[in-house]
Design a protein around this ligand. Structure first.
Ligand SMILES: [Zn+2]
Length: 424
């Protein structure tokens, strides 16, 4: 298939295509089909099942042999920051950067993300609706985006990027500060007005914020509840909470968030509540497990990071053992962009089965995003977001970390990457 490379209006999906000659993992969690096929028409999955059982092909259907690769739903990364470079968060550098430059620099990262096999990504702070529209209009090649626009945070919290003695204006690009339920209502209405698809709140401090700790409380339960209530009243928009220490995790879950992001110090009390309410954990292990670059990271951030890595390494596997719902998110922007599917291997190291990790990156992530009716599995009527891997991830989950093993990427039936598997 000819992969699309030049910017310009997104073309209509090509004529019908039958992908065949590979293992099919459809994202529903059943046994893989050793010889499976997927029929795509008008950007939509028309049929998926055992090769040979496909419906009658309309004239002009192209048959594409995937050469023994694995056919999977396009992956969903529920936690990225396209406007942040990756490797460490350097606020001074980011704040010194004109917003237009942040945007231009995010374009190649968006392409890398799509080419890594991620066809949908949720940006939890930094990218606005312009990023999303640039993809929709074909100006930039990238995953389908959902944007939070900016993280809501209390003064001195994770979204307050001023250094201790700095009393100037907070960087308006990445976050909005609010204190108390009334101010929180105004702040969430503000990002919704700007077109946010979802809402990000800081329920604890964090590694990269200069004046707090990951186990400091961020917004309290009443503030978070005020935000989730407003978001729910806007077509059921979901709230994602940055929450690392145990107290803040509990505040977030009790306040009604849809997902706990990071969750490094998650304990049984939070796990019980999350199981009861169906709250997702997005453990962002790619970032947790990556050592920050000491050349890029401030020394205070480096020390916090090393400590909280160890906290995550004991608590996250416990939550996985207990069966908390997990969705894939990397925090790329803090971690390097473009190898998002490393997260799958980290999830398996933390105790998930390879199939469980694949579901966390497809159908479970689609559930968290509220998009399970159109994304996350290869079933009739779903959007034709399809990835073909050269390898079988059930045998070697880490192989998907290498973008060279992602041979074919289709979004809405249009090929954006083809390394030659899809000749036919
Ligand atoms: Zn993040």
């Amino acid at each position: 298939m000819t992969a699309r490379t030049a910017p310009g209006p997104v073309p209509p999906a090509p004529g019908p295509v039958l992908l065949e000659g590979g293992v099919l993992i459809d994202g529903r969690g059943g046994e893989p089909l050793v010889d499976g096929a997927v029929l795509i028409e008008e950007g939509t999955v028309r049929w998926a099942g055992p090769a040979g059982a496909h419906p009658r092909l309309s004239p002009g259907t192209r048959r594409v042999d995937v050469g023994g690769g694995t056919i999977l739903p396009g992956f969903i990364d529920c936690h990225v920051h396209m406007t942040v470079p990756g490797g460490a968060l350097n606020h001074a550098e980011l704040r010194a950067m004109p917003p237009s430059l942040r945007t231009f620099l995010s374009a190649p990262r968006m392409r890398q993300t799509l080419e890594a096999g991620v066809t949908t990504a949720r940006d939890l702070g930094g990218a606005d609706t312009g990023h999303k529209r640039a993809v929709e209009e074909g100006l930039v090649t990238g995953p389908r985006l959902l944007v939070a626009v900016a993280m809501l945070s209390p003064t001195g919290g994770h979204g307050d990027f001023r250094m201790g003695t700095d009393n100037g204006e907070n960087d308006p690009g990445m976050s909005r500060l609010a204190d108390g339920p009334d101010a929180c209502r105004a702040a969430v209405r503000g990002v919704l007005r700007q077109g946010a698809d979802c809402v990000k709140v800081a329920a604890t401090g964090g590694v990269w914020s200069p004046t707090d700790q990951p186990d400091d409380d961020g917004f309290l339960e009443d503030e978070i509840r005020a935000i989730t209530q407003i978001a729910a009243g806007h077509r059921g928009k979901k709230v994602a909470a940055h929450a690392q220490g145990r107290g803040g995790i509990l505040n977030a879950v009790r306040g009604g968030v849809a997902s706990v992001e990071h969750g490094y110090e998650i304990d049984d009390e939070a796990i019980d509540l999350m199981l009861e309410r169906g709250t997702f954990l997005v453990p962002t292990l790619t970032t947790a497990n990556t050592d920050p670059d000491p050349a890029k990271a401030a020394s205070w951030a480096y020390a916090k990071k090393k400590h909280w890595q160890n906290v995550a390494r004991t608590h996250i596997p416990h939550a996985i053992r207990r069966g908390v719902r997990v969705a894939l998110g990397t925090d790329c922007g803090i971690a390097e962009h473009g190898t998002n599917l490393r997260e799958l291997a980290h999830l398996v190291e933390a105790g998930m089965t390879p199939m469980g990790a694949l579901l966390a990156g497809t159908s479970e992530a689609a559930e968290l995003l509220g998009m399970a009716d159109t994304l996350g599995t290869l079933e009739p009527g779903k959007r034709a977001d399809v990835v073909v891997a050269r390898t079988n991830p059930l045998e070697d989950i880490a192989s998907l970390s290498e973008p060279e093993n992602i041979a074919l990427v289709l979004k809405d039936g249009v090929a954006y990457k083809d390394l030659g598997l899809g000749q036919g």
